[in-house]
Design a protein. Structure first.
Length: 139
């Protein structure tokens, strides 16, 4: 599993109820993180009796969590939802949003030796030990 965090630039005194005042960077529509963050923003907007469409910058989409974190780090945006380890990597402040299940699939008819080796690697104690020491990940 990977931890999704709401992150924001270290100098900002960001509070959840002020989310509609922040410029929000977002990952692509349709991604699990985006769907969840849309839901969270809608809840806050409803609580504040405003529309989530009032959130500045949310219409701008980035392809990866890394791009979202970098945009916040470079002060182009104030906040966004990213993988926790990226919030830590960029020295951003953050708070926990949710745990997201990370799954790896392959088509049965595409199965080959490389995919079998990857599966064995992911089941190994060595891989598990790496996951356990990486912030924002768990098995």
């Amino acid at each position: 599993m990977e931890e999704i965090a709401a992150c924001y630039e270290a100098f900002i005194e960001f509070r959840g109820e002020k989310v509609v005042d922040a410029r929000i960077a977002s990952i692509l529509r349709g991604s699990g993180t985006r769907l969840y963050f849309d839901h969270v923003l809608s809840m806050y907007a409803e609580k504040l009796r405003t529309g989530s469409d009032m959130v500045s910058g949310f219409e701008t989409e980035f392809f990866t969590h890394e791009e979202v974190a970098r945009q916040i780090y470079e002060k182009n945006f104030d906040a966004g939802a990213v993988l926790r380890y990226l919030a830590e990597k960029y020295g951003l402040r953050f708070f926990h949003l949710t745990w997201e299940t990370y799954e790896c699939y392959s088509l049965v008819n595409r199965r080959n030796e490389a995919i079998d080796r990857l599966r064995e690697l992911m089941k190994s104690e060595w891989f598990g030990s790496l996951v356990r020491i990486t912030p924002g990940y768990r098995i």
